[in-house]
Structure formats: C-alpha cells, structure tokens
Ligand binder design. Structure first.
Ligand code: PGA
Ligand code: ZN
Length: 423
C-alpha cells in the first residue's frame, strides 16, 4: 500500500468535544476515519492526546506533520506492517507521544482504504485479516444511562440516581429482526418513563427523567432493584431478549469500598448484590462489576456465577472493560487467573486495528466471548459495526436510540447483513 497524502482535522463528538478525523488518499481512492472518546476511561488505556484547552490540535498536528511525512515516504506490504510502523514511530508503551487517537485514525482509515483497494466490504476485509468467521452480533442497546454518563462527576453519586452506568437490553437474532424489537422496546420504555403516574410503583419521578450521554434515558429511581423490575416487565413479552449491565465499578470505588445510592459496600457485599440480581432478573452479562485492579474479585464472581452447582445456571457473562482495556497482555493475564469470561473490545483503548485484533485473538484463545463497543463520546463513523460483524462478535454495544451517532452503527449492521446475504 502506498499513501500519497494525509489530511487530519477536528470534528465534534456527541458531547460537543473536539475529536480527530483523518482522510488517507491513494491514487483515485480515499478513506476517512474518526475516533470516539470515552468518559469513564480505564487507567490502563492508551493515551488520548488532548491539549490543555480540551482540543486535539496537537494530535492533528502529529498526523499532518510527523506521521504524514514518515508514511508517505514508503510502501507497506501489509496493514500489520503499517500499524507496526506507527507503533514504533510513537515509541512509547501507551502511545502517549503521538496520541492513540492520532494513530488509530490513520490505522482505521488505512484498513478502509485497503478494503476499497481489494474491492471488498470492510467487514469482509476485517474477517480476512483476523482469520475469523463473520456473523451477526447480538444488539446490546443501552436503554438507561446512569453513573458518569448521566451527568454526575465520578466522585459525587447522589442518592436516588441510577448507580450503574449502563442498563442494557440484549436482543439475539438477525439484525433485521432484532433492530425492530429493540426499537419497540426503547419506545415502550420511553412511554413508561415520561408519562407521569404510569409507573408510580417504581418510585420513579417522571419530571426527573432526562437523556444520558449514550442516547438512552436517564431516569431516577429510589432503589437498586426498581430499574430492573421495570426492564423485566418490559422484556417478558419478547423472545430472545434479556437484561445486562455495565456497572463501570471503577467509578464507584472510593477509599476501598463501592458507593451505591449513598451506601458503602465491600467487594463481597457487592458480589452478593450481583448474585441476587442475576438470580432474580436472569442477567445476560455484567461488565466491570469491580474496579479495574480488582482481578481477584472478578475471578471470584465469575466462578460463582458460572458454577453449574449454583441455582444461577452457568451462563452469565462477566465482561472486562476497564480491567482489560483491549490490551492483549492484560487479556492474557486475566485468562491465566480466570478473572472473566468475556472481553469488551474498544479499538481506541489500544490505538491500532492490529492490536485490537490481537486482543480479539487472545479473547478467543481463552475460550471467551467478545463484545465490540463504541465509546460514550461518539462520531458518525460506523467502523465498529463492520468490526463486530467481521470478527463474529457475541455482541455489539452501540448505545441507545436517541442519538444518530448510535443509530448509524445499528443501521450499518442491517446493511452489512443485507450485503452478506446478497453476495
Ligand atoms: P466510556 O464508557 O466510553 O465513557 O468509557 C463506555 C463503557 O464503559 O463501556
Ligand atoms: Zn464499560
């Protein structure tokens, strides 16, 4: 591959914050990619380069300057060679010199460019590169947003708010069937949350429902169980539909305890809450149930929830996000200690497509599931949908339905499915 020219610029994400968009030009072809941005970011993630004024001016300068000069001067035999070149050009363990956002924008645009050159749909080019079998992921739709995604600073959780970051509905099947089901569920939930009096038994204050960062509702409940009771009521009519959460527990962890709804819990007490929620509401998965360095607590919960001898069954996924940060080495470590049984894959946590695919490989080597994921600050780039389909992910987490930047990912899945069926 030869890249003739590179052009990076600033665009805004769903929170109105600047992020990077890069276009690569090669002959008559061009390919563009933009990079999302997290809020509840893990400490072990690769570095998103931001300036003191919150802009990404330096990251853009790095792409248009140093990266452009270095990569337009040579030919690359493969995308892996290009990604390795970017990694060594940066030269730091966490891409802090050039910025993981700067590097990933080039890495994704190059993947797109290569698919165009091969005249192949992106998902197919990803599958070919990864050696995976493409398939439709379950939709993980974030219908109620809480925690850091509902406007709270991470150290100030008020009482009466949703303590967990994400309350998701998981819908399994072909996207042409799951998308309308998820859409109907999202609309029904909206009616329940906005109409005063409809769900008084949930202790909900209708006037306090707003929208969260990921395009889901951000309501208020007075107990931990009530949001689950509401969702359980909602999904019971729909086949192949279940409830999941992302606790994002690094955000709840202060001074050695977890703080939820104004009370403090030890790791064991929190584990007991999860067990009860799994038992009562048949949770499909729990993401980041403990803080990012609490691997031992993860391992204990994974063993409990997946022991065939418990009445809980052996099917609950314990998903690592801040724990594993799409980092192959951290996934290998988690596998050694049996800490989890599923991994969230977010390419911008690691900074190149090559390393994100390595993370996928290590996850599959461990015999675990992959959930591909967007970030809470998103753009209209749909790469993650092609990625999820191409690697045959268990699920795709792309947010709620109230933001176009989330919807385009689900809509891209629909288009991919059609493309795959008609090829
Ligand atoms: P983030 O949240 O993008 O703010 O990190 C998403 C998640 O925790 O899964
Ligand atoms: Zn998460």
């Amino acid at each position: 591959m030869h890249i003739d020219r590179i052009e990076a610029k600033s665009i805004l994400d769903t929170r109105g914050r600047p992020t990077i968009e890069t276009t690569l030009f090669s002959g008559t072809l061009e390919a563009t990619a933009s990079v999302p941005s997290g809020k509840s970011t893990g400490k072990h993630e690769a570095l998103e380069l931001r300036d003191a004024d919150d802009s990404v001016a330096q990251a853009i300068k790095n792409v248009n300057g140093e990266i452009a000069t270095a990569i337009t001067e040579r030919d690359f035999n493969s995308l892996d060679e290009l990604d390795n070149f970017l990694i060594s050009l940066d030269g730091t363990p966490n891409k802090s010199r050039l910025g993981a956002n700067a590097i990933l924008s080039v890495s994704i645009a190059a993947m797109r460019l290569s698919a165009l050159q091969e005249n192949m749909p992106l998902w197919q080019a990803i599958a070919k590169r990864a050696g995976t079998t493409p398939s439709t992921p379950r939709l993980f739709v974030n219908v109620m947003n809480g925690g850091a995604h509902a406007g709270f600073p991470s150290n100030k959780f008020g009482t009466g708010k949703l303590p967990f970051q994400e309350y998701l509905l998981v819908v399994e099947g072909k996207t042409s069937e799951t998308f309308p089901i998820a859409q109907e569920l999202f609309a029904k939930l909206g009616e329940l949350l906005w109409k005063p009096g409809v769900h008084n038994n949930c202790g909900r204050l209708a006037s306090t429902t707003s929208m969260g960062d990921e395009g889901g509702y951000a309501p208020t409940f007075d107990t931990l169980e009530k949001p689950f009771e509401l969702l359980a009521e909602l999904v019971k009519e729909f086949p192949n539909t279940s409830i999941a959460i992302d606790a994002a527990a690094s955000e709840l962890f202060h001074d050695g305890v977890y703080q939820l709804l104004g009370k403090s819990y030890s790791p064991d007490e929190l584990a007991a809450i999860y067990r009860e929620l799994v038992e009562r509401f048949s949770l499909h998965s729990i993401e980041d149930p403990f803080a990012e360095n609490a691997g031992t607590d993860f391992a204990k919960l994974t063993a409990t929830l997946n022991s065939p001898s418990t009445p809980l069954g052996a099917t609950t996924l314990v998903v690592g996000d801040d724990l594993t940060v799409t980092n192959p080495a951290r996934i290998i470590e988690a596998a050694k200690n049996k800490e989890i049984n599923a991994v969230l894959i977010k390419p911008n946590q690691i900074g190149t497509v090559k390393e994100a695919l390595e993370a996928v490989r290590e996850t599959y080597n461990a015999g675990w599931e992959v959930v591909a994921s967007h970030r809470s600050g998103e753009t209209s780039d749909t790469f993650i949908a092609d990625f999820a389909y191409g690697i045959g992910a268990h699920g795709l987490k792309a947010g709620g339905f109230a933001q176009p930047e989330r919807l385009v990912k689900y809509e891209r899945l629909l288009a991919i499915e059609h493309e795959a069926e008609t090829r």
